[in-house]
Design a protein around this ligand. Structure first.
Ligand code: FES
Ligand code: FES
Length: 170
């Protein structure tokens, strides 16, 4: 087992939004802080007990709360944050639907909520309202009352299904 000295830093590589980034971190450093320090400040911190989901990113295809993961554990992982979602300035359908359906107010929960929604729609492209509410139950919002977020996810689901070739549709 490798033992680290106090304050010793470890070299890690993160693949964030398709780009490899090398950095040095203390083993105790949380992924959320490292991502923010690297400039991905769309990743937010809304609590210190892993319940709010404002820090949600997609890591190796899974939605994770980056406040509850050490950065060293994410060594070599592929991470997608809100900043990597739009392509050449064109919004991802989930981003577009949040805009169209007024699914945000202060915007603080929004990056995490959108990343969770993107993951949810990959897992379940045709969710019921109940499945949507369950699917975002790890993401808290103080402003919207959730209703418009649910509408946005329904709209995005429809758009994403239509974008898929016929044979892939559910
Ligand atoms: S900051 Fe609240 S769950 Fe991560
Ligand atoms: S829009 Fe303000 S917390 Fe969700």
């Amino acid at each position: 087992m490798k033992v680290y000295e106090k304050d010793q830093k470890v070299k890690i590589t993160l693949k964030v939004n398709g780009k490899e980034i090398e950095t040095e971190v203390e083993p105790r450093r949380l992924l959320v802080h490292v991502l923010r320090d690297l400039g991905f400040t769309g990743v937010h911190i809304g609590c210190d007990t892993s319940n709010c989901g404002a820090c949600t990113v997609i890591l190796n295809g899974k939605s994770v709360k980056s406040c509850t993961l050490l950065a060293v554990e994410a060594n070599n992982a592929e991470i997608l944050t809100i900043e990597g979602l739009a392509k050449d300035g064109k919004l991802h359908p989930v981003q577009e639907a949040f805009w169209d359906k007024h699914a945000l107010q202060c915007g603080y929960c929004t990056p995490g909520m959108i990343m969770q929604s993107v993951w949810l729609l990959k897992e379940n492209p045709n969710p019921t309202e109940e499945e949507i509410r369950e699917g975002i139950s790890g993401n808290l919002c103080r402003c919207t009352g959730y209703q418009n977020i649910v509408e946005a996810i329904k709209t995005a689901a429809e758009k994403l299904r239509l974008d898929q070739p016929l044979y892939q549709r559910q």
